[in-house]
Design a protein around this ligand. Structure first.
Ligand SMILES: NC(=O)C1=CN([C@@H]2O[C@H](COP(=O)(O)OP(=O)(O)OC[C@H]3O[C@@H](n4cnc5c(N)ncnc54)[C@H](OP(=O)(O)O)[C@@H]3O)[C@@H](O)[C@H]2O)C=CC1
Ligand SMILES: O=C([O-])CC(=O)C(=O)O
Length: 463
């Protein structure tokens, strides 16, 4: 099987097989909806299911090669005939989600969360398009089989493939998790180059075939620079749509503040992670709130905040690897869910969430104009203003505080405080990101790469 061949299993068996056990079929019918058709369905009786299946046979006969779904997901059913027999309900338009590294540890948690409806909602049908490689293909088939056997009502389509140009076609979301892990003795620069190449190729594929408004969340490390490379290789997709996952760091930081303050973690808000998803990341205790009050008012131990808290969050991934023997997978999947939810539901009033994003110069101009005209920017302790709301180098993917109206888009939060401690650390993580960017200049179209990484540069999982 060539690398560009999407897998097409012998999946038409359900179309031609007579009705099997009634109960199983009732569930199966819920799984099968026409591709991209207006969705209306279904809690059917066996009779209705039979009609649906007959409809399916017709559609499938007319368009035998039109579906590349895995197994049960390759079957097309026409549910129009169903409406008189079923208690129908309205469904939203299908959302199509591609996941790379789909046979890996993180995906093994994430895919089932996506399929269950806990991410996009219980009225949102989804299609999962799983990207693998020769290396992972058998495992990917295993993943797809488990998804089949889970009978998730909202999971309408599953396909697996090895060619990003096929897998990314028309997708609304790209969750890019696949990346080579850094092995013993491997230089970080080499990792940047190998994974950067993967993300350059995937960026080109997104640019060519994905929905123009696709939202991209890069998880594979080093995720900020991978996201930058992906973005630069996809010039037809708004730069704003690219995210590097720093939500896990935000969640880790909230947990530590809650522990110290002796409160449950839902009391912690306005938690920003600034910068790189690496050991230079900056968990911001200056702006964080506990029960609506500044964290520094609740936790008066500044030394703890500056030293222990900061180091614990920066190194949490490494400590976990020492305990588990592998990097965080379940909590990473949860944080991907949180990151998506933060974009598809409105941010609670006054709060924000962290995401690795890049500055959009036009939007920044508008924001700055508004800030100045409203008198929102007064001095250094309020907001830095050298060219963007915070004065951070542009053209990197930098974790910052964001707010969303729930429409998939976001704005940067500008009502943040800054002090010398925070600013110094932001400059350090910024320097690391700029150095990483220079290492991958050959992949971003910015000339010849020159790699001179700061000595203590490490992924969160390294210690
Ligand atoms: N941003 C964050 O907060 C976090 C990021 N991570 C990162 O997420 C990524 C995935 O983690 P996890 O799912 O646990 O990893 P796994 O090792 O379980 O899976 C990674 C997948 O990456 C793919 N891959 C791509 N290129 C290579 C390669 N050269 N060698 C080996 N595998 C490759 C493989 O899929 P295939 O063969 O199909 O391409 C593999 O299934 C890692 O980069 C990790 O560092 C982890 C935790 C937190
Ligand atoms: O370094 C890794 O692979 C793991 C990682 O990102 C984390 O745990 O935050």
């Amino acid at each position: 099987m060539g690398l560009s061949t999407a897998y097409s299993p012998p999946g038409s068996r359900l179309v031609t097989t007579p009705l099997a056990a009634g109960a199983a079929l009732r569930r199966s019918v819920q799984l099968l909806l026409p591709r991209r058709a207006p969705l209306a369905t279904v809690r059917c009786s066996v009779d209705a299911a039979k009609q649906v299946q007959e409809g399916a046979a017709t559609v499938a006969a007319e368009k035998p090669a039109s579906r590349k779904g895995f197994g049960v997901f390759s079957t097309i059913y026409d549910l129009k005939a169903d409406s008189e027999h079923c208690k129908s309900k309205s469904w939203k338009k299908l959302v199509s989600i591609a996941v790379s590294g789909a046979a890996g540890m993180i995906s093994n948690h994430l895919l089932f969360k996506l399929a269950s409806g806990e991410v996009f909602g219980q009225d949102q049908p989804i299609a999962l398009k799983l990207l693998g490689s020769e290396r992972s293909f058998q495992a990917l088939e295993g993943v797809a089989m488990e998804l089949e056997d889970s009978l998730y009502p909202l999971l309408r389509e599953v396909s697996i493939g090895m060619d990003p140009y096929e897998v990314f076609e028309d997708i609304d979301w790209a969750l890019l998790i696949g990346a080579k892990p850094r092995g013993p003795g491997m230089e970080r620069a080499a990792l940047l180059d190998i994974n950067g190449q993967i993300y350059a190729d995937q960026g080109k594929a997104l640019n060519a075939v994905a929905s123009r408004n696709v939202k991209v969340i890069v998880v594979g490390n080093p995720c900020n620079t991978n996201a930058l490379i992906c973005m630069k290789n996809a010039p037809n997709i708004p730069a704003k749509n690219f995210h590097a996952l720093t939500r896990l760091d935000e969640n880790r930081a909230k947990c530590q503040l809650a522990l110290k303050a002796g409160v449950f973690y839902d009391k912690v808000s306005n938690m920003t992670i600034w910068g790189n998803h690496s050991t230079t990341q900056v968990p911001d205790f200056l702006n964080a709130k506990i029960d609506g009050r500044p964290a520094k008012e609740v936790i008066k131990d500044t030394k703890w905040l500056e030293e222990e808290f900061t180091l614990t969050v920066q190194n949490r991934g490494g400590v976990l690897i020492q305990k588990w023997g592998r990097s965080s997978a379940a909590s990473t999947a949860v944080s991907i869910v949180d990151a998506i939810r933060s974009l598809v539901t409105p941010t609670p009033e006054g709060d924000w969430f962290s995401s690795g994003v890049s500055f959009d110069p036009f939007k920044l101009f508008v924001v700055l104009f508004w800030c100045f005209s409203e008198g929102k920017i007064e001095n250094k302790t309020q907001v830095y203003t050298t060219g963007n709301p915070y004065g951070i180098a542009e053209d990197t993917v930098f974790s910052m505080p964001c707010r969303s109206k729930g429409d998939g888009d976001y704005e940067l939060a500008t009502d943040v405080l800054m002090d010398d401690f925070l600013w110094e650390r932001i400059k350090k993580t910024e320097a690391e990101l700029i150095a990483e960017k220079k290492c991958v200049a050959h992949l971003t179209g910015e000339g010849i790469a020159f790699c001179d990484l700061p000595e203590d540069t490490m992924l969160p999982g390294e210690m």
